[in-house]
Design a protein around this ligand. Structure first.
Ligand SMILES: Cc1cc2nc3c(=O)[nH]c(=O)nc-3n(C[C@H](O)[C@H](O)[C@H](O)COP(=O)(O)OP(=O)(O)OC[C@H]3O[C@@H](n4cnc5c(N)ncnc54)[C@H](O)[C@@H]3O)c2cc1C
Length: 576
């Protein structure tokens, strides 16, 4: 039997964006949070290094410098009105989190401690600054648990292990959500006044990634299929320091505490690429530098990795401030970072692109800025755009809580006027039929093999370096893989806890997003931030200082554009 629920607000996702939105919205109505994972297992819990705020606890800092760094870090594609909102609100946000119980690491005087991170500078790029507030290297874990507790206190209703299958957007408004209860296979419909999508990133499109298994971008793909555009999908960040062969993240905080990158000749090569801030240059630059060293034969022993050397950091600091990554290195590679350098290689990390929103998290229906009634998005799935073409470290946790809260506030207005959405039988039926079709499919391909091929292809031709030829090949292969994904066979045909079924659903979403990424990358004939075209190596402000909006048009994609909002800092050459 199917079940129908009615809530003023439904939030999809219980990462930091979802939890913060839920907490705020609970001031205005009854709130449910739906999550395919148990809430405290969301990827936010894995965040290591910190959250950015110009508290100035360790040395002078200002929100204005933070605003400048974020704009420059974004390679001038970030919308400056949104960046200013975020940086101005950062100090209040971190203090509020502290008051909610987040156990931040402390200075000897008892203030919130701060460390260096990539691209964080004082006086408009003069030198690195300590701006990252952290809880050892378990910052995400600390914040998620504090916010989850607050949500429990406020009576937010959680639906854990519910997999969202559809978000009902019809007649210019969002009506609610259709989800499957994973333990039973039962279908539930949620009629809402407001829906917040806070469903996180999609790093699993790539073979080597720091992202958790469930980071598959389902809701972006669902909305895209329902006619909502996706913005700036060509910009996907590779974090410079993934554990070699595994992609597991070693936080940039390790370099913030004094770690350095070394090539096969024993050189600290970042001195050549970014003479002022060296190893603390933004991630896009460091990732390209590492791969460039390897291409030119200066990997370690001529192989395809470089070293992250933390042996110069005192053992006590490693233990106190970087315990988690020290353990990862020992467990996965058998290397004690206090004694030997760690082999690293860039790993797919963060999606700058996503569901377009305004600064109050309202989802845009087009490049002109019209909004969809009752639909909000926040966190990594959204594109506000505060990160532009490249996100700075510690700005994502900040983005999730700042814009999660703003979504919760904006909803108050919507709740006063809106009625509950209408979820028809046809919509529920459509979800049921889709599930049945997958379960009963008698094709000849397995989910895992299609996924592996997609991830390999995306890694080879659509990651740090891109060319027209490679991208065209990727698009062809993805078209074939999409066809193959309709011709699969599951081992498990039951409804209860059928993880193979979930993987089949997620695979369709991943393929959908991979295609949007590759096609968006093909049409942008310039290099900016994380998008580097070897055949167009220069940034081209004359033609490309604009956001890409991708719309689904049958089997193809239509591209339209929205100008970047420049309020304060004119684009300059990006030197560090
Ligand atoms: C290893 C790692 C370390 C990081 N370190 C930092 C850091 O130090 N500082 C920083 O600023 N950023 C960091 N980041 C980035 C940052 O952690 C993320 O961008 C951010 O936490 C995303 O939060 P979110 O709330 O948007 O989504 P998530 O925390 O990813 O949560 C997504 C939620 O959506 C739910 N969901 C998704 N699809 C469905 C569906 N179909 N049905 C139901 N529920 C669904 C999931 O269950 C989950 O609850 C790091 C990222 C990684 C991977």
């Amino acid at each position: 039997m199917n079940r129908l629920h009615q809530y003023d607000v439904v939030i999809i996702g219980s990462g930091l964006a979802g939890l913060r939105a839920a907490l705020e919205a609970s001031n205005h109505g009854n709130v449910a949070v739906i999550s395919k994972l148990y809430p405290t297992r969301s990827h936010s819990t894995a965040a290591q290094g910190g959250i950015a705020a110009a508290l100035g606890n360790e040395e002078p800092d200002s929100p204005e410098w933070h605003f400048y760094d974020t704009t420059k870090g974004s390679d001038y594609l970030g919308d400056q009105d949104a960046i200013e909102v975020m940086c101005e609100d950062a100090i209040r946000t971190v203090i509020e989190l502290e008051h909610m119980g987040v156990p931040f690491s402390r200075t000897p005087e008892g203030r919130i401690a701060q460390r260096r991170f990539g691209g964080h500078t004082r006086e408009f790029g003069a030198a690195p600054v300590r701006r990252a507030c952290y809880s050892a290297d378990r910052t995400g874990h600390a914040i998620v648990f504090a916010l989850y507790e607050q949500c429990q206190l406020r009576g937010v209703r959680f639906f854990p292990e519910f997999h969202v299958l559809d978000i009902v957007v019809e007649d210019g408004r969002c009506h609610g959500v259709v989800a499957m209860e994973i333990p039973t296979g039962q279908i539930h419909a949620f009629s809402t006044k407001a829906t917040v999508v806070a469903s996180g990133g999609y790093g699993r499109v790539f073979k080597t990634t720091s992202n958790a298994i469930a980071t598959t971008g389902d809701c972006l793909s669902i909305l895209f299929n329902r006619g909502v555009p996706l913005e700036d999908m060509e910009f996907f960040q590779f974090h410079p320091t993934g554990l070699y062969g595994l992609g597991i993240l070693i936080t940039e905080g390790a370099r913030g505490e004094g770690g350095i990158l070394i090539n096969g000749k024993g050189e600290r090569f970042m001195e050549r690429y970014a003479p002022t801030i060296k190893d603390l240059a933004p991630r896009d630059m460091v990732s390209r530098a590492i791969l460039n060293e390897i291409r030119e034969g200066r990997g370690i022993d001529g192989r395809d990795f470089v070293y992250l050397d933390l042996t110069g950091i005192p053992k006590q600091i490693l233990q106190e401030r970087l315990p988690e990554i020290s353990t990862f290195s020992k467990i996965y590679l058998g290397i004690d970072p206090s004694e030997s350098p760690i082999p690293v290689l860039p790993t797919a990390h963060y999606a700058m692109g996503g569901i377009p929103t305004d600064v109050d998290a309202r989802v845009l229906s087009n490049e002109r800025g019209d909004t969809i009634e009752g639909l909000y998005a926040a966190g990594e799935c959204a594109c506000v755009s505060v990160h532009g073409a490249n996100r700075l470290g510690c700005n994502s946790l900040l983005d999730t809580v700042v814009f999660g809260r703003r979504a919760g506030k904006a909803i108050a207005e919507c709740l006063r006027e809106a009625d509950y959405g209408r979820i028809t039988n046809e919509v529920v039926e459509r979800a049921i039929v889709e599930i049945e079709n997958i379960i009963n499919s008698r094709g000849d391909t397995r989910v895992g093999s299609i996924r592996a091929e997609m991830q390999k292809e995306m890694m080879e031709h659509c990651s740090v370096f891109r060319t027209e030829e490679g991208l065209k090949k990727t698009i062809e292969i993805l078209t074939e893989l999409k066809k193959a994904s309709k011709n699969i066979q599951l081992h498990d045909r039951t409804k209860r806890f059928n993880t193979e079924l979930l993987e089949a659903i997620e695979l369709r979403h991943l393929l959908n997003l991979a295609d949007v990424i590759a096609r968006s990358a093909l049409q942008r004939t310039e290099s900016r931030g994380a998008h580097y075209r070897e055949d167009f190596p220069e940034r081209d402000d004359k033609n490309w200082l604009k956001h890409t909006f991708a719309f689904k048009e049958g089997d193809s994609i239509e591209f339209r554009y929205r100008p970047v909002k420049i309020t304060r800092f004119q684009p300059e050459e990006r030197k560090y």
